[in-house]
Design a protein around this ligand. Structure first.
Ligand SMILES: Cc1cc2nc3c(=O)[nH]c(=O)nc-3n(C[C@H](O)[C@H](O)[C@H](O)COP(=O)(O)OP(=O)(O)OC[C@H]3O[C@@H](n4cnc5c(N)ncnc54)[C@H](O)[C@@H]3O)c2cc1C
Length: 500
């Protein structure tokens, strides 16, 4: 768009949750297991990725069965393609054909109408507020209900509801609490299958940085912003940790809403706008633990599949999560397993004879209070013991499903909410920004344009979580910055695709 951009990232590597990390001769992604639609050349997301990476980013399609939902000993396949998806579920629930077909039509409708629902994000805030008042007349009523409310209207079959919500870990809220909107957007996002970036998740940033640099911009890592510089309600720069000041015409925060308000807003500006009141109106999304495991044989010899596994002890999603959170049970309510090395066709060139697995489950920052104030790699024995205990639980689940992996295990390491806080600066260890409740989508302060002139927000909190959601958040902020009459310029650029 003719602008020079200076990206300031506090981590030692760029990319946010799309970064990868390396340890003991292995590489793992931390927040990208699969992305929908990008393997379809003409999809909106693919076009945007093509434009911002100038065609450098390549995608590898996963298996037709992109997700396998395992409830107790039963398995349910999510198969790429609308009709395949329906037929696979109908085979498991023969009496529920009508409900399954209705559900698929509804998530497609919600996805289609989401541009109408989110149109206010590209408008000036005052207009957006007015628009959002008439919005309920323009879109389906399911936009304003929880996932469970809508699904209970479609079917009374509780197991089917649990299967349809089997990907709830992708948005981190149980169906009772999550908006149907986020449920539908995620389910539809993957309906045509999913893909993984060739070269691993870090190739996303690697492919985009040259575009920024070719336009005269820069990307700096280990560059923590401490405060936005504001004078007379106008942002004019940022102050970095260490005191260095940088000046710019426009400042855009991509560090999340909570971090923006709590970490980089001058206290006087926070008070002026009552921003604490804003942060009290939303909640942080779930935290997680993740086990990163490395194996000393390649994925083919280990017979690994490009299918994600979602393991549930039984069909009672909410009851299991509640019981785990209150300490009534220690059984994990959800275990998610991903096999990144087999998804990446370039893996064997970089790491011959090796394979990786990632296992994610729920966690709560409250359980880590004993170690508040300690720092990474120096939290003491009790922390290491807890990590080891959790690692063994996750490994046990893995080996129960894939026993051939046990003899090839070479390395494992567990991340906790404290790791997320340390590396990402998210105080609650949250992995999806602000929680995706029905109320979240009514909050006018989650908007690209802030009340401070020349200061904008972007990323997942101005739209939805997920790499696709964050990317579209970027598009919305760009549109807002171009103004009502400049929006078409953005649309044209994206429509033209990589030839631009
Ligand atoms: C375990 C896990 C699995 C996931 N799996 C998937 C998946 O399979 N598919 C999918 O689409 N999505 C997935 N996601 C979600 C997806 O990764 C995120 O929603 C998305 O990347 C968020 O992008 P963002 O740009 O909004 O912010 P982020 O990626 O959170 O980036 C924010 C950046 O701001 C930096 N920062 C914070 N404070 C400062 C400061 N003061 N100064 C400078 N920099 C600062 C942080 O270091 C970070 O790099 C997953 C997330 C996690 C954690």
């Amino acid at each position: 768009m003719g602008k020079k951009v200076c990206v300031l990232e506090q981590h030692y590597t760029a990319g946010g949750y799309t970064h990868a990390y390396w340890r003991k001769g292995f590489e793992w992604d931390v927040g990208v297991h699969y992305i929908g639609e990008v393997h379809k050349e003409y999809s909106t997301l693919r076009r945007i990725f093509d434009v911002i990476s100038q065609g450098r980013l390549q995608w590898a399609e996963m298996d037709k069965v992109y997700d396998k939902i395992c409830i107790g000993d039963e398995e349910f396949d999510f198969v790429a393609g609308k009709d395949n998806f329906i037929e696979s579920l109908v085979a498991n629930f023969p009496k529920e054909r009508q409900a399954i077909e209705h559900y698929v039509e509804l998530i497609r409708l919600i996805s289609k109408q989401s541009s109408t629902f989110f149109a206010g994000q590209a408008l000036p805030p005052m207009l957006a507020k007015l628009y959002n008042k008439i919005r309920p007349k323009l879109v389906h009523k399911a936009f304003f209900k929880t996932a469970r409310e809508v699904l209970e209207e479609i079917t009374s079959n509780q197991k089917l509801i649990s299967v349809l919500c089997g990907q709830w870990g992708d948005y981190g809220m149980v169906p009772r609490d999550a908006s149907f909107l986020i449920h539908a957007l995620i389910a539809k996002h993957y309906l045509a299958g999913a893909a993984y970036p060739v070269g691993g998740a870090s190739s996303i940033a690697r492919a985009i940085i040259p575009t920024i640099e070719n336009a005269g911009g820069h990307v700096f890592t280990m560059a923590k912003v401490e405060q936005v510089l504001i004078h007379n309600n106008k942002a004019y720069g940022v102050q970095l940790a260490g005191g260095h000041k940088l000046y710019a015409d426009k400042i855009i925060s991509n560090i999340g809403f909570m971090n923006t308000v709590n970490h980089i807003m001058p206290p006087s500006v926070k008070t002026q706008y009552g921003m604490d009141n804003w942060t009290n109106k939303v909640t942080r999304s779930s935290a997680s633990i993740c086990l990163y495991a490395g194996f000393n044989q390649d994925a083919q010899s280990l017979n690994l599949k490009k299918t994600n596994l979602w393991l549930y002890p039984n069909e009672h999603i909410e009851a299991n999560v509640d019981a785990y959170r209150t300490g009534e049970t220690s059984e994990l309510p959800l275990t998610y397993i991903s096999f990144p090395s087999v998804k990446d066709p370039d893996w064997d060139n970089r790491y011959p004879g090796k394979a990786t697995v990632e296992i994610v489950s729920l966690a709560s920052m409250d359980d880590y209070q004993d170690w508040f104030g300690t720092t990474w790699n120096d939290r003491g024995d009790s922390y290491l013991q807890l990590k080891e205990k959790l690692s063994q639980i996750l490994l046990k689940s893995l080996f129960k499903r894939e026993p051939q992996l046990e003899q090839a295990l070479e390395f494992y390491e567990l991340s906790t909410p404290l790791s997320t806080q340390f590396y990402q600066r998210n105080d609650g260890g949250e992995i999806y920004g602000v929680n995706h409740s029905v109320d979240r989508f009514k909050q006018s302060f989650l908007h690209p344009q802030t009340p401070i002139k020349n200061f904008y927000m972007t990323g997942s909190d101005v739209l939805t979580a997920g790499v696709g959601g964050a990317l579209m958040g970027g598009v919305m902020t760009t549109m807002r910055m171009q103004g009502v009459f400049g929006m078409n310029k953005v649309k044209k650029l994206l429509k033209a695709g990589v030839s631009q």
